[in-house]
Write a protein that binds this ligand. Structure first.
Ligand code: AMP
Length: 175
């Protein structure tokens, strides 16, 4: 299936110079969702993965369908202030300013083998902050996986330099 053709590209959104890769149009295609769930199922079914950690918000959609298919827990990595429990927090830089991601301190343990899922990797700041959250548990990270990699923004390289395995279903050139 040609997944790339299902992604809508919106120039200059949310601001001038950004090519926004919109997964909404892929979500509207039920066959594509099933196809993606199967791809991931086959990739992880024999790898002793114990949970899927999805990054808010679009990582929740794909993370949850993968976790369901594998029959393993889905762990939400949430934006600051959303979890009603004790959390680990990780601040990371955005183009302008900083943001914070959080995870429930009881979500996983040191025996966990985690796959981190998000829709897209650009600079890698969001994904790297997520790996730092998982490090708090001394759990192992099997890999970080994305539907879309924007290689020119260098995020996948940054993760690899930090010794994380990176996987993506598709790549788009340009920023
Ligand atoms: P980064 O931390 O720079 O790797 O940015 C990744 C996060 O920002 C992901 O959660 C994406 O959903 C979002 N994002 C960054 N750049 C784009 C883009 N060009 N199109 C769509 N989403 C993007």
């Amino acid at each position: 299936m040609n997944l790339k053709s299902l992604i809508r590209t919106v120039p200059n959104y949310p601001k001038q110079g950004i090519l926004f890769r919109d997964i909404s149009t892929l979500l509207y295609n039920g066959k594509a969702l099933k196809y993606i769930a199967n791809l991931y199922y086959n990739r992880y079914k024999d790898k002793n993965i114990t949970c899927i950690a999805g990054i808010e918000a679009r990582g929740f959609i794909f993370g949850a369908i993968i976790a369901e298919k594998l029959g393993i827990p889905f762990i939400p990595i949430r934006k600051k202030g959303k979890l009603p429990c004790k959390v680990f927090s990780e601040e990371y830089s955005l183009e302008y300013g900083v943001d914070t991601l959080e995870i429930d301190v009881n979500a996983i343990d040191e025996h966990s083998s985690v796959v981190i899922i998000d829709d897209l990797i650009a600079t890698g700041g969001t994904a790297l902050a997520s790996t730092n959250l998982i490090k708090n548990f001394n759990a192992s990270i099997y890999e970080c996986s994305f539907l879309i990699n924007l290689p020119e923004l260098g995020g996948a390289k940054t993760l690899e330099i930090n010794n994380f395995k990176v996987h993506a279903l598709m790549e788009f050139k340009g920023k």
